[in-house]
Write a protein that binds this ligand. Structure first.
Ligand SMILES: Cc1cc2nc3c(=O)[nH]c(=O)nc-3n(C[C@H](O)[C@H](O)[C@H](O)COP(=O)(O)OP(=O)(O)OC[C@H]3O[C@@H](n4cnc5c(N)ncnc54)[C@H](O)[C@@H]3O)c2cc1C
Length: 382
């Protein structure tokens, strides 16, 4: 049997971030995953992820986003210096993010609250100014374009590849393939049987993303840590007119719905709907991009993106890992303090991963409670 300090189940976005932060602290880490990241079987694929700093979902997320932004940029510099990131490529494009919403929407009020609390620049733009600055998105009468200058676009596939390479350089051991055959926990140790091999660690971290609900139900049914996988689709729309490559990413609270997207960075405008989606079985996910997936996105693009063709030229299916209150789960098991779950990132967790990785590593390795993670404890479900 092989022994490590920490076993991590899931080498995806958050699993890799935790692995890197623990390895930097000198911990011996092994991470298990059925697939080598980046891959299309979890929540992280599809070229790009938005990084918003001004958050309407709670001021705590702005703290996380500010730290994460710095950490992504530090990772980018380090990866360049070490030759891990190819010359001329970047992880983060600091192009900002613009949010479209009714001027009297509660989200607009909460964004202002976050902006004032952190004394950040940005804020609502007048409609004439927004037409000039954000020609790729239509703002209707009575709406504002809320400008977040610290936001931007992460190249998610490249981020994942870079994190995996950095983790390898730091000595993290990966075991891909599997499957997971068993987990057992005793006082001060946990064991994972992966395929036919058993590994022991002082600490076990669950970071299996949209697949975490099944793992938790099977091995830790007593733990109130509900994670529901939800099927989501995104689509790409060709440009009808070339525009500046520095346009911001965008999101839009449109009535009861929330859409988001990315300007054409060479592969067309990418658009998704944040709300909705059907709960699914990750093992039997319908991965086909269907007409019913395209229809709401095409209708939205027709109304909102004047510089894009309203016909999707390709689409992809992915999963969100949702919790009942849309907040993440980062917590120790109530009875086994050496078992930690970092799951349920609710369709907006990519940007935060390096900050979560750092703080979770502090909790695990240094025994320090990070107050910033208080919102994500599982006792809220009890
Ligand atoms: C369409 C879409 C758009 C999104 N847009 C944004 C955005 O713009 N900004 C943003 O911040 N976030 C966004 N997100 C959310 C973000 O991508 C996710 O929150 C984040 O990637 C989740 O990270 P994770 O580590 O929990 O999951 P993943 O990165 O999916 O990692 C989980 C890993 O666990 C592995 N695994 C599965 N089963 C097992 C098992 N039994 N044992 C071990 N490992 C296992 C999987 O193979 C996978 O590699 C989006 C998500 C989707 C789907």
């Amino acid at each position: 049997m092989q022994s490590y300090d920490t076993l991590i189940l899931g080498a995806g976005t958050v699993g890799l971030s935790i692995a890197i932060a623990l390895a930097r602290r000198g911990r011996r880490v092994v991470a298990f995953d059925p697939h080598r990241p980046p891959h299309p079987f979890g929540s992280h694929h599809g070229e790009t992820r938005m990084l918003r700093v001004l958050y309407s979902e709670g001021v705590a997320y702005t703290t996380l986003a500010l730290v994460a932004r710095e950490t992504w940029m530090a990772l980018e510099s380090e990866a360049k210096a070490q030759g891990v990131l190819p010359e001329g490529r970047v992880l983060f494009h600091p192009v900002g993010v613009v949010g479209i919403m009714s001027a009297d929407a509660p989200e607009a009020r909460r964004l202002e609250q976050a902006r004032r609390e952190y004394n950040l620049s940005g804020g609502p733009c007048e409609s004439l100014e927004s037409r000039r600055r954000f020609p790729h998105i239509a703002v209707s009468t009575g709406e504002i374009a809320y400008w977040d200058p610290f936001g931007g676009i992460l190249e998610s596939d490249l981020c994942m590849e870079t994190m995996r390479n950095m983790a390898e350089k730091l000595g993290v051991h990966f075991v891909f393939g599997g499957p997971l055959a068993d987990i057992s926990v005793k006082a001060r140790a946990a064991r994972v049987t992966w395929d036919t091999q058993t590994y022991e660690g002082e600490m076990l971290v669950l970071a299996a993303g949209a697949h975490a609900g099944a793992v938790l139900r099977r091995y830790f049914p007593e733990w109130q840590a509900p994670v529901v996988p939800v099927r989501k689709a995104v689509a790409w729309f060709p440009s009808v007119r070339p525009v500046s490559p520095d346009l911001p990413a965008f999101y839009c609270y449109d009535g009861d719905h929330a859409f988001y997207g990315f300007p054409d960075m060479g592969t067309g405008y990418k658009v998704g709907q944040h709300d909705g989606g059907e709960p699914c079985d990750p093992g039997a996910l319908d991965r086909q991009f269907r007409d019913r997936d395209a229809t709401p996105l095409e209708a939205w693009v027709r109304r909102r993106l004047p510089l894009a063709s309203p016909r999707a030229d390709r689409g992809q299916v992915c999963m969100y890992a949702m919790t009942p209150d849309d907040h993440f789960i980062c917590d120790r098991h109530p009875c086994w303090p050496h078992v930690y779950a970092a799951v349920g990132l609710c369709g907006h967790g990519f940007k935060f991963a390096p900050a979560l990785g750092e703080w979770i590593a502090e909790e695990i390795a240094d025994g320090r409670e990070r107050q910033e993670l208080r919102l994500f404890r599982t006792r809220r479900f009890a």
